[in-house]
Write a protein that binds this ligand. Structure first.
Ligand code: CMC
Length: 392
């Protein structure tokens, strides 16, 4: 027989046991492998956090160096991937391009699918950690019509990624510490968030023993939507619309409260955090710092401040425990770094990569069964087949 109850949106359904990320939505606590997000964002590098998420412990210097070297050794992308990228229109959304290229990696590295040993798993992981930043930068360079490049093997993982993103053609590239630190912090804050929509997607696709790259490609598609990672793009578009509308945020608050209007305040609310989002707290401070450091005055930040203050004092948002989430301020930093708005969710994907990998690895190591929810059937009972000539 079928089931008698359902849980739409899996609001109250645990799908697995996990030792990766601890989240307390009431208290606003987020920890990776037991370490507070505040400490990691302040003190660790993105690659260290990736190692921590994937392997369970903070690396020693020797372990980190080896991981970095193994990744560098796998960081070339087959030249034919260029041709696939070339075939996309320039205005294609980079999330679709990234998902396609990540899936295409399987075709060029078919062995990545056969995971029969620890070594196979490690190899698939280092391949993806190496090739993904290249694909991310290519997505942006394609959009901008800039030449594609590879990472710089003389630089660390994060610095090399920054160079691929920010080196402009015919200009000398100088590594800017403020930019690298801001990028590092954003990637760390996005690195894992337990069983969210895209991560659950990665685990469920991977549970059929589809390859790692195919599973991550599916995760990227899940992240694309505006209710999930796509919110960071939607937030900036909303803030710009408010600014262009004379900064009248009260009007948008009224719209967001109107149940007959589909508009929602983007970057507000969270399925799990019902007090505050600890990532948003860190990002708000970082956004103010980065703009001050880079000497940028962005009127959108003023709109963001005004809008969030007004919403936080509004009975509708208060009574529903709706607070700014991680995506409310991240876009302001990305904008300050000169990243086009369509790329914001791609950067979220770059940050979430180690989390997805860690969750996929845990699922495979725990030998979890194939994910296959049940349903409550509400369709027609048995009916007699009618010939097409007799149908009206
Ligand atoms: N603006 C206006 N009303 C809202 C909003 C919002 N942003 N978020 C929730 N509500 C209302 C909702 O209408 C409902 O009201 P009522 O009880 O009167 O029907 C109540 O608050 C509860 O919302 P829900 O939709 O049942 O909550 P959920 O857990 O299903 O949705 C959410 C969570 C994040 C999808 C939702 O808050 C939302 O759509 N936020 C805007 C999009 C966004 O910022 N997403 C990024 C999430 S954080 C990054 C990530 O991890 O992806």
């Amino acid at each position: 027989g079928g089931v008698t109850t359902i849980d739409p949106g899996f609001k109250n359904t645990g799908s697995c046991k996990s030792a990766i990320t601890f989240l307390d939505g009431e208290k606003g606590i987020l920890r990776y492998r037991g370490y507070a997000i505040e400490d990691l964002a302040e003190k660790a590098s993105f690659l260290e956090v990736s190692y921590l998420l994937i392997f369970g412990e903070l690396p020693t210097q020797v372990e980190l160096d080896k991981f970095e070297q193994d990744i560098k050794n796998e960081s070339l992308v087959d030249e034919d991937i260029h041709k696939i990228l070339d075939a996309f229109p320039k205005n294609a959304h980079p999330m679709g391009v990234l998902s396609s290229l990540t899936s295409a990696l399987t075709a060029f590295n078919p062995r990545s699918v056969e995971i029969t040993s620890k070594e196979d798993m490690y190899h698939a992981i280092t391949m993806l950690m190496g090739k993904f930043p290249v694909l991310v930068s290519w997505c942006m360079r394609k959009m901008k019509g800039e030449p594609l490049d590879y990472g710089d093997i003389d630089l660390g993982y994060e610095e090399s990624f920054a160079k691929m993103m920010f080196k402009r053609p015919n200009q000398e590239y100088k590594c800017n510490k403020t930019i690298i630190n801001a990028l590092d912090k954003l990637l760390i804050l996005h690195a894992d968030h337990e069983q969210n929509c895209s991560t659950s997607t990665v685990r469920i696709v991977g549970s059929s023993h589809a390859g790692l790259f195919a599973s991550i490609s599916a995760g990227i598609s899940a992240l694309w939507g505006p209710l999930h990672g796509g919110a960071n793009q939607a937030v900036i578009e909303m803030l710009e619309a408010i600014k262009n509308d004379g900064g009248d945020f009260e009007k948008y608050i009224t719209k967001a409260k109107d149940k007959s209007d589909p508009f929602r305040l983007m970057g507000f609310g969270h399925r799990v955090y019902k007090n505050f989002d600890p990532r948003a707290k860190i990002i708000k401070v970082a956004a103010e710092e980065v703009l001050a450091d880079l000497g940028i005055e962005d009127p959108v930040l003023d709109v963001a401040r005004g809008l969030s203050e007004a919403a936080l004092n509004d009975e509708y948002f208060k009574s529903r425990n709706l607070y700014p989430n991680v995506d409310f301020y991240s876009g302001i930093i990305y904008r300050a770094l000169g990243i086009p708005v369509e790329m914001f969710t791609v950067l979220f994907a770059m940050g979430r990569l180690p989390g997805w990998i860690a969750q996929w690895k845990e699922m495979r190591e725990n030998k979890e069964p194939i994910g296959r929810p049940r349903q409550l059937y509400v369709g027609e009972p048995l009916r007699a087949y009618s010939e097409i000539k007799d149908r009206k």
